[in-house]
Unconditional design. Sequence first.
Length: 130
Amino acid sequence: MILKIALALMALLADPAEPAGEARVELPPARTIDLGLIDTDSIHSGSIMLRNAGTAPLSLTSVTTDCSCTAAGYPKAPIAPGDSVAITVKFDGRDYPPGDFVKMVRIRSNATNKLVKVFVRGRIKRPTKK
């Protein structure tokens, strides 16, 4: 009886259960959405690809911006390991002063890197005088 118990314990120790996988967010190195030169009083959008570089499904819990002039859209369904999705950002330049702008987008998820940041940049043209 003791021999059977010892053999069973040895079998459990020799074949441990697989550790749970983890999701990991991967972004392009620049982490920037460049909208370029845009007209005043206009809305422009751009996107950035986000990849699940982990071994478990990735769930985006929130995508927030630092200004009401910027809004982000993202998929609500889990992202399978190895798959990529686009995070789309709209910038509303109406009533925004001419010149350069940089806005931050925060992406929160269940990944090992729970918070990643993306930047939206561009330049609003000065209005032309008629």
